[in-house]
Structures are given as structure tokens and as C-alpha cells.
Design a protein around this ligand. Structure first.
Ligand SMILES: O=C(O)CCC(=O)C(=O)O
Length: 256
């Protein structure tokens, strides 16, 4: 039986994705799908969270033991989001998503490192500088908190994928430590504020950062990294050609 889910992206939204590199859909996930996933992460925080591992959780994922839990993967596969993602890559195919990343910004926790402006998987502080660990796009689902910009929101630079593509083409050297150029580092970015069940879809090249959470509640996000089925072959080229992995969007917007 087909999963009934959110309506497909409109032509206006597709144009916005090409321009901004980001799309937001409100209240996509609700009911048991959302409740089960949020309760799973809450339960992990109460029983398994180890404060000594805060840096590792922040760099990689909170609740790493749950990365392939069906209640987390259902946020992507059982909500219709995967269908929306396939529409963006069409007619290319996405590899199955087999792990969730949980990112929590703890309230008033000065020990939690902030994340400066970066794109994922390139010159990562926790990887060897020459390792590429990129993907095609990322989907974020708000599980709790995140209603205001200073509550540990993801901040992104709309349209920053175009600047990153020129940076990767002309300035970047594989193996260097810097992840983003100074003109992007200097930006605050736009806060993705949301309610539980809201979803953000972000092109891999959109630079983003995460700040402190000075609200009273943890901000909990589940992220899913989506790879074009041939991402390994395309990864290097996709750094300087943002639409290499999105054939229909590239054809509809030849000058981008
Ligand atoms: O905490 C977030 O919302 C995003 C974290 C992030 O930027 C990352 O894990 O690369």
C-alpha cells in the first residue's frame, strides 16, 4: 500500500531549492511516528547518556547505539519524506538510508562545543583532513525544542551552496584544515526555528553552524544523510557542481 505523505514539491519550491539550497516543510510528522522517536531519544538521555562523551556525541551523534533503530528510521521511510527526497534527485536514485544521526543542543551547557560554519564531510575535525565523507543532501526532523534562534538552532546560509561550489573549484585544496572561506565564516546564517515534526531538507553544500542553547529545553534533531546511488563516483565533482547529482533540476536550471 502506498504511504500517504506530504504533497510533492511544487515548481516554486523546486526553484527555491535550486536558489537557496534548502527547503522547509512544517508539521510533516506527527502522531505515533513522532512520539515514538522522541520517546526513544528521551529514554536514551535518561538511561545511557554519558557526559564524558559529550564531545564525541556532538561531533558524530548522540544515541549512537540507536542509529539504526526502526523508530528513528521510520521518520524518514515511513513519513513520506523519502518520496520527497526522491523527487529532488529524479530521475537519479537515492541509496537506502540506514542510519539516523541524533544531534542535541543541551540547554546552558558551556561544555558542549559550538559548531562553527562548515559543510559536512570535508576537512572534518574528527577525520583525517584528506578524507571525504560527503553525501548528496541532508534531512533534519525536529524532535523537540528549537522554537527560537538562540535555542541551539541550526543556522544556514541561503544560497551558500553556490559560494561553496566556487570555493571548492578555485580555492580549496584537498587535505587543508579550513572547511569554509572567511566570507562565509563571518556570517551568522539564518536560523531554522521549528516545532516538533517540522522538516528541513538541505543541499550538502549549504554551509551551516550551530550555536548555544540558552532556552530551558534541549533541542533535539534527527538527521538523515542521503546519498545518490553513485555518490562515491560523483563525490569529488559534486563539490564544485552542486547539481551533478540532481539531473532533472540541472536540466531545468541549466545556468545554475
Ligand atoms: O546540531 C545540528 O543541528 C547540526 C549539527 C551539524 O552541523 C553537524 O552535525 O554537522
Amino acid at each position: 500500500m502506498p504511504i500517504s505523505g506530504p504533497p510533492e514539491w511544487s515548481p516554486t519550491e523546486l526553484d527555491r531549492f535550486v536558489t537557496d539550497g534548502i527547503l522547509i516543510r512544517r508539521a510533516v510528522i506527527s502522531g505515533p511516528l513522532l512520539v515514538r522517536a522522541a520517546a526513544l531519544v528521551d529514554g536514551w538521555m535518561s538511561t545511557a547518556y554519558d557526559p564524558a562523551r559529550l564531545n564525541a556525541y556532538t561531533n558524530r551523534s548522540f544515541a549512537p547505539e540507536l542509529e539504526d533503530h526502526p523508530d528513528l528510521l521510520a521518520l524518514y521511510d515511513g513519513s513520506g519524506i523519502s518520496t520527497l527526497v526522491h523527487q529532488l534527485l529524479h530521475p537519479a536514485k537515492c541509496a537506502p538510508v540506514s542510519r539516523a544521526q541524533i544531534q542535541i543542543r543541551l540547554p546552558y551547557n558551556a561544555a558542549q562545543p559550538v559548531k562553527a560554519m562548515h559543510v559536512d564531510g570535508v576537512s572534518c575535525p574528527h577525520l583525517d583532513a584528506s578524507d571525504l565523507n560527503t553525501f548528496t543532501l541532508i534531512v533534519g526532523v525536529v524532535l523537540s525544542g528549537g522554537a527560537t534562534a538562540d535555542a541551539g538552532a541550526l543556522h544556514y546560509v541561503p544560497g551558500g551552496h553556490r559560494r561553496m561550489a566556487s570555493y571548492f573549484a578555485d580555492e580549496w585544496v584537498r587535505g587543508q584544515a579550513a572547511q569554509t572561506p572567511p566570507d562565509l565564516d563571518a556570517q551568522d546564517g539564518t536560523a531554522f526555528t521549528g516545532e516538533p515534526g517540522d522538516v528541513v531538507v538541505m543541499h550538502h553544500l549549504v554551509p551551516h553552524r550551530v550555536g548555544l542553547n540558552i532556552s530551558a529545553v534541549p533541542r533535539v534533531m534527527a538527521y538523515f544523510r542521503v546519498h545518490h546511488t553513485e555518490h562515491e563516483r560523483l563525490a569529488l565533482g559534486a563539490l564544485s557542481d552542486p547539481w551533478l547529482e540532481f539531473p532533472a533540476l540541472a536540466a531545468a536550471h541549466p545556468q545554475t
